[in-house]
Design a protein around this ligand. Structure first.
Ligand SMILES: Cc1cc2nc3c(=O)[nH]c(=O)nc-3n(C[C@H](O)[C@H](O)[C@H](O)COP(=O)(O)OP(=O)(O)OC[C@H]3O[C@@H](n4cnc5c(N)ncnc54)[C@H](O)[C@@H]3O)c2cc1C
Length: 329
């Protein structure tokens, strides 16, 4: 039987190392130490030596680099193939991806190629001391319960929700090895081409990275109401989110949607304004550290997950919030 060893973290790069990678390296380091194995990371791209060298200071024992002009922008076909080859060479026991658009595309493809399984959207990971298997905790039933999964097929592959693990700190004293993994990419395997990249309009902090999110729902009543949501979020240094109806109705961009078919967020503070708390919305925000709900219906489901609730019309409550915050500042 093949021997599986090591914890491999897939490094995502935006312009620099993506925040999710630092979170994965932190939990990966703990898992590797608990198993007494090496922490490995892999970075794919074109001209990425700088990123590979920098990664060493975030704790992996080995950084594998796959540098190829064909990997300049993300391509699922090429990335899956080179990762498959790397995994066949390394035989990692555990592979960690972020629950991001790249992770959600790549992890299922790689699991299929390696004939193993995948647990998505984990919020906690640990090692079972008896079996040495990975305990994979994830929210189920729209965030109303937590389930712990175990995969007896190796490698054990998971995606991890952002902001559920603390990021590893930079330490210049760390030493790790940077290894170039040579592998040829045949252009014929690439069946998809990036025609154009449209950068999301930079309107402050990204939803996934925000510590504070103020979200509006159908109860906001129209685009004008979202101006107040924007004002409050700016004062708090946060980001604006929305439930699905405001996005469908064009009151908010679709990139703001939080929930099952939107973004999954875990900020320190989530303020839900005029949102009823449907299970599909809760699936995207119920793991937030503190939830404040503002709703005129005292029986709204959102109050079941909220730590603090304000019953009333947001048109009265938000201006009072904004005024008070202005005074405190
Ligand atoms: C397959 C599928 C996927 C879905 N994915 C998502 C998803 O990703 N994200 C998502 O959000 N939804 C999603 N939905 C939709 C979801 O089921 C709900 O319809 C939606 O979340 C409801 O949004 P809401 O709470 O803003 O609106 P509503 O349910 O209409 O609630 C509006 C709330 O505003 C309150 N309100 C009204 N006026 C005021 C006021 N003046 N002041 C204060 N409160 C007020 C009301 O009391 C009410 O509670 C999905 C549905 C399906 C079927």
């Amino acid at each position: 039987m093949d021997e599986y060893r090591g914890v491999l973290v897939f490094c995502e790069v935006e312009e620099n190392i993506a925040p999710i990678t630092l979170e994965l390296l932190q939990v990966g380091r703990k898992l590797a130490d608990d198993l007494g194995v090496e922490l490995l990371t892999v970075v794919l791209g074109s001209d990425i030596k700088r990123i590979a060298d920098e990664l060493v200071y975030f704790g992996p024992d080995k950084v594998y680099v796959i540098d190829d002009p064909l990997l300049k922008s993300y391509n699922g076909d090429a990335c899956t193939t080179v990762l498959e080859r790397l995994c066949e060479a390394l035989n990692p026991d555990i592979i960690l991806f972020g629950q991001t658009s790249v992770g959600r595309d790549l992890a299922p493809r790689l699991s299929f190629r390696l004939k193993t399984r995948l647990t998505t959207d984990c919020i906690d990971l640990s090692i079972d001391q008896d079996t040495k298997l990975l305990l994979q905790t994830k929210p189920v039933y729209g965030g109303n319960a937590l389930a712990v999964y175990v995969c007896e097929v190796k490698p054990q592959i998971v995606t991890v929700r952002s902001k559920t693990m603390s990021p590893i700190a930079y330490d210049e004293n760390r030493k790790g090895e940077v290894i170039e993994f040579d592998t040829e990419i045949d252009e014929l395997i690439i069946r998809t081409t990036v025609i154009e990249k449209v950068k999301e309009e930079a309107t402050g902090i990204k939803l996934e990275d925000a510590d504070i999110i103020v979200s509006g729902g159908r109860g906001i009543g129209g685009p004008d109401g979202f101006e107040q949501i924007e004002e409050l979020s700016k004062l708090l240094g946060g980001a604006v989110g929305a439930s699905r109806p405001p996005c469908d109705l064009g009151w908010a961009p679709s990139t703001h949607q939080v929930g099952l078919t939107g973004k999954i967020v875990t900020p320190n503070l989530y303020i839900a304004v005029g949102i009823s708390g449907a299970s599909q919305h809760l699936a995207g925000m119920s793991e937030s550290k503190r939830i404040v709900a503002i709703n005129k219906d005292s029986k709204a489901n959102i109050f079941k997950v909220a730590h603090y609730g304000v019953v009333g019309d947001y048109k009265d409550i938000l201006p009072a919030f904004i005024k008070k915050l202005g005074e405190l500042k």
